[in-house]
Ligand binder design. Structure first.
Ligand code: GSH
Length: 205
């Protein structure tokens, strides 16, 4: 049975909608935000170290990120509906919207939300950012243990996506306590194309 770990007032609502539309059997495991910090309760970390919702469990797999969950559910339970064929042009549009919803579109909304919360006792923006960066780097560091790359021990799209995050953390001097990430960054640098990209970036700067 599919399990959805759902946090109140959160992105997991979109997954509830999708599960309903797909008409699959599932259970909701509900969590409540802390009323002051608006963060998820620690129990959510028992299912995934980041302690963020939504989290989906299916067939022994734990899946995070609402975009990835959406892709997974539609690929596995969509009965060839809800996504264009991978060979079509519209598949590219589809992927763009999937990623856009959680990146470019969300950033200004989150900023707005944080501004409304700043000034409260918890000094929301600064504390939240430090706390989240630490959490995210610890998670990535732990995921990289014993691995050269993020997925399948080969260079994949995941590494191209994550290279920017890791470089920014390095530039900000945040990697001193994250040796696996430092080693991973060195691994990315073994690819000639990585350096070609840096040279091209410099050329066009
Ligand atoms: N990009 C992630 C975002 C996950 C996320 O930040 N979820 C929020 C709820 S909308 C959360 O769990 N916040 C509570 C916390 O960080 O403690 C996704 O799309 O699933």
């Amino acid at each position: 049975m599919i399990k959805l770990h759902h946090l109140n007032k959160s992105r997991s609502k979109r997954i509830i909608w999708l599960l309903e539309e797909l008409d699959v059997d599932y259970d909701i495991i509900a969590y409540q935000r802390n009323k002051e910090t608006f963060l998820a309760p620690d129990e959510l970390k028992q299912i995934h170290p980041l302690g963020k919702a939504p989290v989906l469990e299916d067939n022994g797999k734990v899946i995070t990120e609402s975009g990835a969950i959406t892709d997974y559910l539609i690929s596995n339970y969509g009965k060839s509906k809800y996504m264009p064929s991978q060979q079509s042009d519209s598949y590219v549009d589809y992927q763009q919207w999937l990623h856009f919803a959680e990146s470019s579109a969300m950033v200004p909304f989150l900023l707005k939300l944080f501004i409304t919360k700043d000034g409260c006792k918890t000094n929301f923006i600064g504390d939240y950012a430090d706390h989240e960066i630490g959490k995210i780097l610890s998670y990535v560091n732990q995921q990289l243990k014993g691995k050269q790359y993020l997925v399948n021990e080969a260079l994949t799209g995941a590494d191209f996506m994550m290279s920017f995050v890791v470089e920014k953390a390095d530039e900000a001097g945040l990697l001193a306590h994250f040796p696996e990430i430092k080693r991973y960054l060195e691994q990315l640098k073994t690819h000639e194309s990585y350096h070609t990209a840096n040279e091209l970036e410099a050329k066009y700067d």
